[in-house]
Design a binder for this molecule. Structure first.
Ligand code: FHN
Length: 487
C-alpha cells in the first residue's frame, strides 16, 4: 500500500470513528428513546403508532388522575359462597369452581333483582369521591349481559329486574360529568362458540361465529350508548384470541371508525405472533398500557414513558362482591398514597367497587369513597391534569406538576421526618422561589443546601392527613418530562 493510500484510509477511519462518536453522543444526550429504535420484525398487526396518542380525547384521559371501576353481575348474588362453602378465588370467578355446577350458576339470572339500585346515587358517590371516569362491567367472563343485548337472551331483560343497567349508569354518570368506559370480557363461558384454543376445523368454524357475535355486541353498545369514551377489554389471554390478531386489529379499527376518539387500552389486540400489550418489536399496542393490575410501577423508567392506568382492589384480590373479603383491606390513606404515586409516574389510579346484589355498596367502600373525596376536595389541584416531574424521589412522598403550567411543582407529603424538614433535589440547578401549603396558603421557609438541594421547613403543627406543598420555580423550570419523549 502506498503512503498516499494509507493516509487516505487513516483519514476515513478517523472520520468514521469521530462520526460514530458524534452519533453516540447525540443518542445519549437526547436520551435514546423507544420511538427512535429500529423495528426488526416486519408486522402487519403490530403497533400502528409510535409514541403517545396526542388528540383531545386522549389528553382528557391523561388528565383524569382518578377513576372508579365497578364489577357487578350475577356473581354478586353468591358473594363468594355456595352451599355453605367459601370459594377462595376472586368472587367473580366462582362459576369456574368445580364445586358449583354451571347449570346452577347459569340460572342465577332468575334471581337478579337489585331493588335498591339507584344510578344517580352511585354517580353522586363517585362525584363526591372526585373520580373523573368510571369503567363498568357490561359482561364479565360468565357471559351475562347487564344490557339488553339482542345477540343473546342471557341478559338483563330476562331477569326479574328487566331494566337496562348500563343505560342508567351511562346516563347518570354522564349527567354529573363523569366519563364512562365499558368493560367487556371477550372470553365468554356461556357462549357455546367460545374456544380456549383452535385445534380443529370445527373449533375455527365455531370461533369465527364467536368473533362475529363479539363484534355485533360491541357495535350494539356503541349504537346504544353513544356517550361512552372507550372500551376496557379483558379475557383476551387465551390462544384462540392470540391467534386472531388480524381480527382484533380490524375490530379495533372498525370500532374507532364508528366512534371517532374511542379509547382502547393494550388488552384488546395480539400481534401476528400472538404477543399481547407490546408487539414483537416491543411497541405498545393500544392507547395506554393496561397491564398494571393491582400493581404500580416503582419508577418512571418502569412505565417506558407510556400512558398507563393502575386498577386496584381494596382487599388483596377479588373484584366482584364477596361476603368475606380476603387478606388485608387497604386503608383510605394507603389508597390516597397509591393515587399520588400513580399520578407522580404519569398514570391514572382506578379503584374498584363490587356492589352487592341489591345494588348498594358495602360500608367500607362507602367510607373509602368519602375519605378519598374529602381529601380530593382540598388537594385535587395536585392530581387532576398533573404529570411526572423529573426530580429525585424523596422518602416523604411524591412530586407532581400541572401540565398547563411550567413554574409549579407539588409535593404530596405522606411521611413527615422528625426534623420537619423536607428535602428537595430539583434537576439542572432549578431555583426554588417560594413554598407554601396548598391548604390555607401558609408560606414555608426554604433553606438552600450545598449543590442544588433544598430543605422546605414545615410548621410545628402535626399534620394528620397527607397534604400538599406548592413549590414555585422560575418559569419553564419545573423539570416536566417532554410528554412524547419515550425513555
Ligand atoms: O379475570 C379478571 C378479573 O376478574 C377482573 O375483572 C380483572 C380486572 O382487571 N381482570 C381480569 C384479570 O386480569
Amino acid at each position: 500500500m502506498t503512503k498516499k493510500r494509507s493516509n487516505k484510509k487513516a483519514r476515513q477511519q478517523s472520520w468514521l470513528s469521530s462520526g460514530l462518536l458524534a452519533l453516540l453522543i447525540l443518542l445519549f444526550s437526547t436520551g435514546y428513546s423507544q420511538s427512535e429504535k429500529q423495528d426488526t420484525i416486519p408486522l402487519l398487526h403490530g403497533a400502528h403508532r409510535i409514541g403517545k396518542r396526542m388528540d383531545v380525547d386522549m389528553n382528557r384521559w391523561r388528565g383524569y388522575g382518578l377513576g372508579q371501576f365497578i364489577h357487578w353481575g350475577l356473581y354478586s348474588i353468591l358473594g363468594g359462597d355456595y352451599n355453605g362453602k367459601h370459594y377462595n378465588g376472586a368472587a367473580e370467578w366462582i362459576r369456574s369452581w368445580n364445586q358449583l355446577p354451571n347449570a346452577v350458576y347459569d340460572s342465577l339470572y332468575k334471581q337478579f333483582n337489585p331493588k335498591d339500585f339507584n344510578a344517580d346515587k352511585w354517580a353522586a358517590m363517585a362525584k363526591q369521591m372526585g373520580v373523573k371516569y368510571v369503567t363498568i362491567t357490561t359482561k364479565h367472563h360468565d357471559g351475562f349481559c347487564l344490557w339488553p343485548s339482542k345477540y343473546t337472551s342471557y341478559n338483563i331483560s330476562n331477569t326479574p329486574y328487566k331494566k337496562d343497567i348500563i343505560k342508567q349508569i351511562v346516563d347518570a354518570y354522564t349527567k354529573v360529568g363523569i366519563d364512562v368506559y365499558l368493560y367487556f370480557s371477550v372470553m365468554d363461558w356461556h357462549n357455546p362458540d367460545w374456544r380456549y384454543d383452535l385445534k380443529s376445523a370445527s373449533d375455527t368454524i365455531a370461533f369465527n361465529k364467536f368473533k362475529k357475535f363479539t363484534q355485533s355486541q360491541l357495535e350494539e353498545q356503541l349504537r346504544m350508548y353513544p356517550q361512552i369514551k372507550g372500551f376496557w377489554f379483558d379475557g383476551t389471554w387465551d390462544n384462540s384470541w392470540k391467534k386472531s390478531g388480524a381480527f382484533s386489529d380490524s375490530l379495533d379499527q372498525d370500532l374507532k371508525r364508528i366512534h371517532p376518539g374511542l379509547i382502547i387500552g393494550s388488552r384488546l389486540r395480539a400481534d401476528d405472533y400472538g404477543k399481547r400489550h407490546f408487539d414483537s418489536n416491543g411497541r405498545l399496542m393500544g392507547d395506554y398500557e393496561q397491564g398494571w393490575e393491582r400493581t404500580i410501577p416503582e419508577t418512571f423508567a418502569d412505565t417506558h414513558g407510556n400512558d398507563w392506568e393502575c386498577d386496584m382492589t381494596i382487599p388483596e384480590n377479588g373484584w366482584g362482591y364477596a361476603k368475606q373479603w380476603m387478606g388485608h383491606w387497604k386503608t383510605s390513606d394507603e389508597l390516597i398514597e397509591m393515587l399520588a404515586k400513580c399520578v407522580s409516574l404519569d398514570g391514572n389510579f382506578v379503584l374498584n367497587f363490587g356492589p352487592k346484589p341489591n345494588g348498594t355498596f358495602r360500608q367500607k367502600e362507602v367510607a373509602d369513597a368519602k375519605a378519598i373525596g374529602d381529601w380530593m376536595k382540598i388537594n385535587n389541584t395536585a392530581i387532576y391534569n398533573c404529570a411526572h416531574v423529573n426530580w429525585e424521589k424523596q422518602d416523604w412522598g411524591y412530586f407532581t406538576t400541572p401540565t398547563s403550567q411550567d413554574d409549579k411543582v407539588y409535593m404530596i407529603v405522606f411521611n413527615v421526618p422528625v426534623s420537619g424538614a423536607l428535602r428537595v433535589l430539583p434537576t439542572k440547578n432549578i431555583l426554588l422561589k417560594k413554598a407554601y401549603l396548598l391548604d390555607g396558603d401558609k408560606q414555608l421557609s426554604i433553606e438552600k443546601l450545598d449543590g442544588s438541594a433544598y430543605f422546605v421547613h414545615l410548621p410545628n403543627e402535626g399534620q394528620k392527613q397527607p397534604f400538599v406543598v406548592v413549590l414555585e420555580t422560575e418559569k419553564g423550570k419545573n423539570g416536566k418530562q417532554d410528554i412524547n419523549k419515550h425513555i
